[in-house]
Design a protein around this ligand. Structure first.
Ligand code: PLP
Length: 400
């Protein structure tokens, strides 16, 4: 038996590609200075690495504008707070959905309760898909944001981003897309009509925890969430308006950005081995993502097929209907999800996630909120066939 069988990649991918660990360590040792805060060669080189990472991420997400519009934050939650609080003011209206993670849900709830913003919450169908017309009919004259959960972290359903972008475009309402579960797994092109794209570094992008970001289209204005030092325009009494400084106050997590940088290069190298259509960063990464998604879905399908044969198990959603990412959730008759996760961990060294997964709306939809949520299994690119086999044996022994 291995020390650990990790099936919680929807929470954070682990392990990371080896070059990510190596580059974080080497860059931090060689350039452990404060980027953008001094003219020394080391600080300038650190700043260059950060700018290159912005450029790589802009290409990765098909953003053709100024790479300085790629703003670094702490994680997806920070990015979504920056986007939503930056877009909405008292009297405005926004549309979210019951699929949203608390990063959106709680931010919207606070905007509603504390800041006079009104919120419509679209309810997906019984499998976890949203019909774009539901977003369209929720739009009213004061709507200032449509927020799309690109893929659910509970049932893995992927929404039709192009159709919802069309709705947003037709009505001139900015579209904010939460790509926490899809960035690095499904190719996303901002030019399809996304106005603000939020991402986190530690999931499918294979970077470390502690860094995320958002990409803000040039015609979108966000009020800054925080104010403070930027290393530029220090005499100015107020936050500079130019990007990225308008939204980046304080020292950035340079070692984590170095990790994201190495992860971007890892994607490109992986794509070069998997039929990239040309040598551009976006094409190389698209090929890598197609390969990663294929590998992960093969694991997810064998897990889901096996679970469906166990009598006591009820699946949330159906991985074979519509587009999905590699997330499989289920409940077990007469057992709390937490109990199942604890037994898998204690007896089989298998790490999964049980509970509400910070997305109580989805559990209300599947009627699993009252029973303590569900068990979620999420394989990743580094999941091995033998890990899946071990998991299937464990599930049969425990639940068969
Ligand atoms: C869909 C979705 N949005 C947002 C988040 C929040 O991500 P972070 O923890 O990086 O802030 C998560 C994390 O699980 C998520 O799955």
């Amino acid at each position: 038996m291995k020390d650990q069988y990790y099936f919680d990649n929807a929470a954070t991918t682990w392990p990371k590609p080896e070059p990510v660990y190596q580059y974080m360590d080497s860059f931090f040792r060689s350039h452990g200075v404060n980027p953008g805060r001094s003219g020394s060669l080391l600080a300038v080189e650190a700043e260059q690495m950060i700018f290159t990472t912005r450029r790589l991420l802009a290409e990765f997400f098909g953003f053709a504008g100024d790479p300085n519009r790629v703003v670094f934050t702490l994680n997806a939650t920070d990015s979504l707070n920056t986007a939503l609080r930056g877009l909405l003011s008292a009297g405005d209206h926004m549309v979210i959905s019951e699929l949203d993670h608390n990063a959106v849900r709680r931010t919207a709830n606070h905007l509603e309760r504390d800041f006079g913003v009104s919120v419509t919450r679209v309810v997906p169908d019984s499998r976890g898909f949203i019909n774009p017309s539901q977003f369209e009919s929720a739009i009213i004259p004061s709507t200032k944001a449509l927020v799309l959960n690109h893929a659910s972290n509970v049932v893995g359903t992927v929404q039709d981003i192009h159709a919802i972008a069309e709705v947003s475009n037709k009505h001139g309402v900015p579209l904010v897309v939460d790509t926490a579960q899809t960035a690095g797994v499904l190719p996303i092109d901002m030019s399809c009509g996304i106005d603000v794209l939020t991402f986190t570094g530690h999931k499918g992008l294979y970077g470390p925890t502690g860094v995320g970001g958002l990409i803000v289209n040039e015609d979108v204005h966000l009020k800054p969430l925080r104010f403070g030092g930027t290393g530029v325009d220090s005499a100015s009494a107020f936050q500079p308006e130019g990007y990225p400084h308008a939204l980046e106050a304080g020292t950035l997590s340079m070692p984590c950005i170095a990790g994201l940088h190495a992860a971007q290069e890892w994607f490109a190298e992986l794509g070069a081995q998997h039929d990239a259509k040309d040598n551009s960063h976006q094409a190389l990464c698209t090929a890598a993502m197609n390969h990663i998604h294929h590998v992960e879905m093969a694991h997810a399908r064998s897990i889901s097929t096996h679970l469906s044969t166990l009598n006591k198990v009820t699946m949330l959603g159906d991985i074979d209907v519509g587009e999905h990412i590699a997330v499989v959730s289920f409940t077990v008759d007469n057992m709390q999800a937490q109990q199942v996760a604890e037994m898998l961990d204690a007896d089989y060294h298998i790490c999964v996630r049980a509970g509400l997964h910070c997305a109580p709306g989805v559990h209300r939809l599947f009627e699993t909120a009252e029973i303590g949520g569900a068990v979620r299994i999420s394989p990743g690119y580094y999941t091995e066939q033998q890990d899946v086999e071990h998991l299937l044996v464990a599930l049969t022994e425990l639940l068969g």
